[in-house]
Design a binder for this molecule. Structure first.
Ligand SMILES: C[S@@+](CC[C@H](N)C(=O)[O-])C[C@H]1O[C@@H](n2cnc3c(N)ncnc32)[C@H](O)[C@@H]1O
Length: 198
């Protein structure tokens, strides 16, 4: 399946997250970021490609734990003639080197029981573990090491994930947290958080 986002053609491979409201929120609020950009969990690449296209001088690194997502991002970069994106198959920061001006992440945040797990690689996109925080907590533990001094992280979060806990972890790591966008859905709210060195 394939659709247009702004002027970008976005193909969605099987076993890759189909961009939804959270993706569009993240893309909308990160399109002007400048410099060296890291997107964790790129999926189809929609957020990274949108930023790279609008800021040709940026250097964007897109990583995902799902190899199919990496292939999808590479394909979409190619059909949209984007040259300033590189991809790495990586579990969070495990293969990432260096520091970035901004880090972006729309994580898997759904509280998920053992029975609810999907049997395909698409599970990586949704499965947040019992409380929806499994990947968020790992991200919070190490994102600071990969940010330049004046850098920011932009993290999608759900009302199901305990915002207070995220704020407390971020504060302990020396970051302040601000909600910069929010959208309500029938069973949850989706937030975009900005984490800045305090
Ligand atoms: C909700 S989807 C978001 C995809 C895309 N950024 C978007 O907004 O449409 C979450 C993405 O994070 C990836 N992911 C999950 N855990 C990860 C991890 N530990 N390291 C890297 N990527 C991860 C998934 O494979 C998936 O592509």
């Amino acid at each position: 399946m394939q659709f247009f986002f702004k002027k970008l053609k976005i193909a969605v491979f099987d076993e890759v997250y189909e961009p939804a409201e959270d993706s569009f929120m993240l893309a909308k609020h990160t399109h002007r970021l400048k410099g060296r950009i890291l997107e964790i969990g790129c999926g189809t690449g929609i957020v990274s490609i949108n930023n790279a296209k609008l800021n040709p001088r940026n250097r964007v690194l897109a990583v995902d734990i799902n190899k199919r997502a990496i292939e999808n991002t590479e394909y979409n970069s190619k059909i949209n003639k984007i040259k300033n994106i590189r991809t790495i198959h990586s579990n969070l920061f495990s293969k990432v080197r260096g520091k970035f001006d901004h880090i972006i992440f729309n994580p898997p945040y759904l509280p998920t029981t053992q029975e609810e797990k999907l049997k395909t690689k698409l599970n990586f996109a949704y499965d947040g573990g019992k409380y929806g925080r499994k990947t968020i907590d790992k991200f919070l533990k190490s994102f600071g090491k990969h940010l330049k001094k004046s850098g920011n992280a932009f993290l999608i979060h759900s009302s199901l994930n305990n915002l207070k806990k995220t704020e407390s972890i971020a504060n302990k790591k020396g970051f302040s947290m601000r909600i910069i966008a929010v959208e309500s859905f029938f069973f949850e709210k989706i937030y975009l958080l900005k984490l800045t060195v305090s």
